[in-house]
Design a binder for this molecule. Structure first.
Ligand SMILES: Nc1ncnc2c1ncn2[C@@H]1O[C@H](COP(=O)(O)OP(=O)(O)OP(=O)(O)O)[C@@H](O)[C@H]1O
Ligand SMILES: [Mg+2]
Length: 447
């Protein structure tokens, strides 16, 4: 609840600022005093000490005067539409819009939608240079458009300046209620949330792996301060990318889930195969939605089997290959500009070329567990209700069988089910060895 109050207070100050800018512009425009002054002299409120979502966003992206004005202008129709009435009240006798105001669109339900031209008028009046600065904000390469902060209207407009400015629904929710909007993520949404019930104590990792993981945790904790308060956002690329590589079942997925769980972030797994394998005209758009939402809501994005993204693009034999390559390029480029945390997982490091490796902030190896680590996985893997036959020596089993954590858990599942099937009897060495043989068979090794 306090969050809502804080959000409301900051938006209120921002709207007050907006109104004063708008009024100054109109005064200047109609030649009522203040002609030499510029609206740019009206500094936006200092939200430095506030922890509202809006203030956080402004700080995170170090928004300029014009950017902030664009953002609040896009919020006005939702928060205080009557503010724009000022623009019309001026010429009550003339039933026409101020051309200078640039096609504020009046929808059939009476809602006023400001456009890029509205913004250009408020910022620049007749000053062409200032008006042009607004165009930069509506450029596809600008943060606002690239990250879906603003969407430009229906799309049939001749120029982006004439398109209604719309704020992203997620941001609107975030700025007001402080809660990310729960979207229906339907069948076309190429990502799914992944969670874990385990805790850090349950993961047995090589000390080197654990040490490397601390680096990501440090970023999660202090990255915001570095980029905003230390002002490094202009010098460093946004976000943090990590590559987890190592044999199957060594805990890569589990660790990604845990990083989210322990830092209060949701983890979403992006289905790369869906992205590259299907002719879905919607894929790029859907993928765009994943990144936009992830950015606004602080999700960690997890890309499993990321090998598909590495190394040389496959040769194009047909339209499908071309399509797949195009999707891969799109995905890679988006991962690079993503300002959250992305984790890519792979079994192979060999295919990774140097140019690709440089794109990661960290590359973390998940080796096969050594005997001492395997013992721990075995020891802590059973249900507290499972009883082990006196002949079972877990240390010996762990030493003699070089299995990854995932395979060990498969053996434990198999052996426990054997015991349960037979009235909940104690688990025997034979149960375990049978399970182990099955795992070896999967790996193509002899037991
Ligand atoms: N280091 C570990 N410590 C404890 N348990 C582990 C460990 N690694 C794997 N496990 C167990 O194996 C299961 C599967 O592991 P996980 O899915 O994280 O492996 P992975 O490295 O992502 O494998 P893949 O490369 O096949 O995707 C885990 O849910 C956990 O029960
Ligand atoms: Mg995995």
């Amino acid at each position: 609840m306090t969050k809502i109050v804080e959000n409301a207070a900051d938006l209120e100050r921002e709207l007050t600022w907006f109104r004063s800018v708008l009024e100054a512009r109109i005064k200047i425009h109609f030649g009522e005093g203040a002609t030499e002054g510029s609206v740019l002299d009206l500094a936006p409120p200092d939200l430095g000490g506030s922890s509202s979502e809006y203030a956080g966003f402004v700080r995170r992206h170090q928004l300029s005067f014009v950017e902030r004005l664009a953002l609040v202008l896009a919020l006005v129709p939702h928060l205080r539409p009557q503010l724009l009435d000022v623009c019309f009240a001026r010429e009550p006798t003339v039933d026409r819009r101020l051309t200078e105001l640039g096609g504020v669109q009046l929808r059939s339900d009476g809602e006023l939608l400001p456009t890029g031209e509205t913004l250009a008028f408020i910022v620049g009046g007749d000053d062409l240079a200032l008006r042009f600065s607004v165009r930069l904000i509506l450029d596809p390469q600008h943060l606002f458009i690239r990250h879906g902060v603003l969407r430009l209207g229906g799309g049939d407009e001749v120029t982006p300046m004439k398109a209604p400015l719309r704020i992203s629904e997620e941001l609107l929710c975030l700025f007001t209620t402080g809660e990310p909007r729960r979207q229906s993520r339907g069948p076309g949404f190429p990502a799914q949330q992944i969670e874990t019930r385990v805790n850090w104590e349950d993961v047995v990792l090589h000390p080197g792996t654990r040490k490397s993981l601390e680096e990501i945790q440090t970023w999660i904790e202090h990255g915001g301060t570095l980029m905003e308060e230390w002002g490094m956002a202009s010098k460093l690329r946004p976000g943090y990318r990590s590559l987890f590589y190592g044999p199957p079942g060594t805990g890569k997925t589990m660790t990604a889930c845990l990083l989210g769980k322990s830092t209060g972030r949701e983890v979403y797994k992006v289905d790369i195969s869906l992205v590259v394998s299907k002719y879905l005209g919607e894929t790029e758009k859907n993928l765009g939605r994943v990144f936009d939402q992830a950015e606004h809501q602080g999700w960690i994005l997890f890309f499993d089997e990321a090998d598909a993204l590495f190394g040389k693009r496959s040769e194009t034999r047909d339209a499908h290959d071309r399509y797949a390559n195009q999707q891969v390029s799109f995905l890679l480029q988006r991962i690079e500009t993503f300002d959250g945390i992305s984790i890519l997982a792979s079994n192979l490091r060999d295919n990774l070329d140097d140019a690709f490796a440089r794109r990661f902030e960290s590359i973390i190896y998940f080796p096969m567990p050594r005997a001492e680590e395997r013992v721990r996985v075995w020891r802590q893997g059973f249900s507290p209700r499972a009883r082990l036959d006196g002949s079972v020596d877990l240390e010996k089993i762990a030493r003699e069988h070089e299995l990854a954590g995932g395979a060990i858990m498969n053996v434990i599942r198999y052996a426990s089910l054997q015991a349960l099937r037979e009235g909940g009897r104690p688990l025997t060495v034979e149960d375990l060895l049978q399970g182990i043989r099955k795992e070896y068979a999967k790996l193509g090794k002899a037991g």
